[in-house]
Design a protein around this ligand. Structure first.
Ligand code: ATR
Length: 273
């Protein structure tokens, strides 16, 4: 029998997840069906309960329900607990487990696909919202020498830092205008500024000469990517992270790790045509 999965969000029409999971399914021979479901803003829990009743095996969760999914789960994985948010729910016979594959997806895209180590590098994380929270711990696990969180609202960056246990990585929180004179090997944009095509007020000197500038958004050339490219940095969008977080969810559900590069190529070709 075909196992059913879905991605839940609002809005959801733009989601590439059904396409990605369909590709994983045919590549691995796993018999699954994956659809997108538009969930009313006040109807997340009711929708999840209904899907469980119907025999679905799990769901992915996107904006704006990742925190609600965290609260709904009977149990959460360590990485979901660290993020305080859930993007993957696993419907077991007796309970609902919440996981978060976003950070693993980002780290895998940077280290494996882009072949850039994070260990011993100077990393700048821009933003202190849900997207930044979701990737902070997995980034720290890779042991960068320095990780600075810069945010428009300084207090939110400071709060994120204060919640972290001490680690070998030097950690700091700052405002954008404190970044002058600092330079980073990897700069990750986890703000939502790209959604409105807004430029970030960060000095172009933050990018090291052959540094990596990674925008967690995908599908369009953001002002952040344009600025980074103009300074000679390697500007990359978040399509790889999108596919890798999906692959990690597929692995969690099915115990099989799909190949991601051909799927990235396929999704990229659809975006550019
Ligand atoms: P998400 O789940 O996408 O992280 P969020 O939790 O609302 O969404 O966080 C959005 C992040 O993008 C925040 O860090 C926000 O900065 P503030 O904390 O100061 O609000 C940042 N952001 C959004 N628009 C921005 C802009 N135009 N310039 C700079 N930062 C922006």
């Amino acid at each position: 029998m075909t196992d059913r999965y879905a991605v839940l969000g609002n809005p959801i029409a733009h989601s590439k997840s059904p396409l990605i999971h369909a590709a994983f399914s045919s590549q691995t021979g796993q018999d699954i069906h994956y659809e997108r479901i538009l969930v009313p803003l006040d109807g997340f829990e009711a929708t999840v309960r209904e899907l469980i009743t119907q025999g679905y095996r799990g769901v992915n969760v996107t904006v704006p329900f990742k925190f609600e999914a965290f609260r709904l789960a009977d149990e959460t994985t360590l990485r979901a607990g660290d993020a305080g948010a859930v993007n993957t729910l696993i419907f077991n016979q007796t309970n609902v487990v919440g996981d978060n594959t976003d950070g693993a997806g980002l780290v895998r895209d940077i280290e494996v696909n882009l072949n850039r180590p994070i260990q011993a590098q100077r990393v700048l994380l821009l933003g202190a919202g849900g997207a930044a929270e979701g990737v902070l711990h997995p980034l720290l696990e890779r042991k960068p020498s320095l990780l600075v969180i810069a945010n428009r609202t300084l207090e939110k960056a400071q709060t994120m830092i204060a919640k972290r246990p001490t680690s070998d990585t030097e950690l700091a929180g700052c405002a954008f205008n404190d970044l002058s004179g600092q330079q980073f090997d990897i700069v990750i944009n986890a703000t939502s500024a790209g959604l409105t095509n807004a430029a970030l007020p960060i000095p172009p000197t933050v990018y090291a000469a052959d540094g990596l500038a990674y925008d967690m958004m995908y599908g369009h050339d953001t002002p952040f990517m344009q600025q980074a490219r103009e300074t000679g940095a390697w500007a990359v969008d978040g399509l790889g992270m999108l596919v890798e977080q999906a692959a990690e969810a597929f692995y969690v559900w099915r115990g099989v790790r799909p190949e991601t590069i051909p799927v990235m190529t396929m999704v990229r070709s659809l975006l550019t045509c």
